[in-house]
Design a protein around this ligand. Structure first.
Ligand code: PLP
Length: 459
């Protein structure tokens, strides 16, 4: 058992962890993106019985590094294009290490005044850089799934409060009805949130979308002040944005709550070049945002934002005799969690180290790389299925089976990693460029690997 006398061994342990981490990160640019199958097989070494008693922490760390490090997917490197996954910026990894040493419970001001202050600054900067209303209520949550849940919980609270119904106290049994309107291309995490809130994953009105997955404003059903309209800023496959100006205007007239799933796409608003894609979203009532995707902080970090802080706070707040609620913003009053790590510190570190122009450059560079992928694949005769306006590319290599085989060949090759999807009935490979670490050279090397994979499947 560690005792205070063990500080020197603790120092050695942490130095070793730092050295091992640095070595890992130095190897990243040259690593395969998927781990070697032998490294994955070697994970069976971890399958040992629970030790009967204390073990040397240094030996535990060594095992973690020897077995764990080789079995990682190099999603923090520059050639990972699966799902929408950002690589952590060096400043945020460093902040994460220091904050881990602090071991703060960032849920409450009394537990972590420094973290609460850092989060206060970070949330102000996030609203500023995205052009969202200053003074909005913000919760630092695990990701966009939780952020969608929070926005929808705030909406549920506000719409039912208007009807004189306290949903947090009374639940939904016997409550006035709420109608939830979503686009046909709604992200599944939003539906999950509806299920968790008792609003029903399938009890939604779906609005048809266009070829890029944008909600069709001309197909909007009647709205009312008991409706939640869920918009999307950045379709997970195409990167397309719902036409927020028309949709928000219709919603405002009807007294409808507008929630925006902007997990990665809202970050487009930092770039003067790209913000023209995402006008009008500032008119919404709540927003869901990821920081671990396009802001490139370590996993898990999402941000829930609500125009009227009281709506989010009242949906989340609890009280008990032993809990202090000061006058300041209490972080746990804006999130489903009470105790949690200080994830806002990494958001602060990202924004402070990049500055406005750095975030802008990160977004623009990823979009430029996506355009280059699309050009290179089209030039080689392959069909790009989406308008490449952001960081997402969908490409078909021909028949569905051919595309599937190209994806499998590419993944096995290990130069880069892309996943697949079905887009409006077509089988496609997805390329999502979401990391600061991707260089021009990474793009060229990855493009070659894609064309090589396509060539070998054709042959
Ligand atoms: C990734 C994503 C989500 C879910 O985000 P998590 O951080 O994985 O919980 C929700 N919506 C969209 C549009 C996404 O891209």
């Amino acid at each position: 058992m560690p005792t205070p006398r063990d500080r020197p061994p603790t120092n050695a342990l942490l130095r070793s962890a730092a050295e091992r981490s640095i070595r890992y990160l130095e190897d990243v640019p040259g690593r395969r993106v998927t781990p070697d199958p032998e490294a994955v097989a070697a994970l069976s070494r971890l399958d040992e019985p629970l030790p009967a008693g204390p073990r040397d922490p240094g030996e535990t760390l060594a095992l973690l590094d020897e077995v764990g490090s080789p079995a990682t997917v190099t999603s923090t490197g520059g050639r990972y294009f699966g799902f929408v996954v950002g690589g952590a910026l060096p400043a945020t990894v460093a902040a994460n290490w220091l904050a881990a040493a602090w071991d703060q419970n960032a849920g409450a001001v009394a537990l972590a005044p420094g973290c609460a202050a850092l989060e206060g600054v970070a949330l102000r900067w996030v609203l500023d850089v995205l052009g969202l209303p200053a003074g909005s209520g913000v919760g630092f949550v695990t990701g966009a799934t939780a952020a969608n849940l929070c926005g929808l919980a705030a909406a549920r609270h506000a719409l039912l409060e208007r009807r004189g119904w306290d949903v947090e106290a009374r639940g939904l049994f016997g409550a006035p009805e709420i109608t939830v309107v979503v686009g046909d291309e709604v992200h599944v995490s939003l539906l999950k949130g509806l299920g968790l809130l008792g609003l029903g994953r399938e009890r939604v009105v779906r609005v048809p979308t266009d070829a890029q997955g944008r909600m069709r404003a001309d197909a909007l059903p009647p709205l009312s002040d008991s409706t939640v309209l869920c918009l999307q800023a950045g379709n997970v496959d195409t990167g397309a944005f719902d036409p927020a100006p028309e949709l928000c205007a219709a919603a405002r007239e009807a007294g409808t709550w507008v929630h925006v799933d902007g997990a990665f796409g809202l970050w487009a608003r930092v770039s003067p070049d790209r913000s023209r894609l995402a006008p009008g979203f500032e008119e919404a009532d709540s927003w869901c945002l990821d920081a671990h995707k396009w802001l490139n902080v370590p996993q898990d970090c999402g941000i829930a934002i609500c125009r009227e802080p009281e709506h989010l706070r009242r949906a989340m707040v609890v009280s008990a005799g032993y809990l202090v609620l000061g006058k300041e913003r209490e972080p746990y009053s804006f999130t489903p969690e009470m105790s949690r790590r200080a994830r806002g510190v990494e958001v602060w570190a990202a924004l402070r180290s990049l500055g406005r122009s750095g975030v802008e450059e990160l977004v623009d560079r990823c979009c430029r790389h996506a355009t280059r992928f699309a050009e290179g694949l089209s030039a080689a005769g392959f069909e790009v299925l989406n308008d490449v306006v952001l960081n997402q590319v969908l490409v078909s290599f021909g028949e569905p089976e051919t595309t599937r085989r190209v994806i499998a060949t590419l993944q096995a090759d290990g130069t880069c990693w892309c996943g697949g999807t079905t887009w409006h009935g077509r089988t496609a490979m997805r390329i999502s460029v979401s990391s600061w670490a991707t260089t021009d050279e990474d793009v060229e090397v990855s493009l070659e690997a894609m064309l090589r994979a396509a060539g070998s499947v054709e042959a």
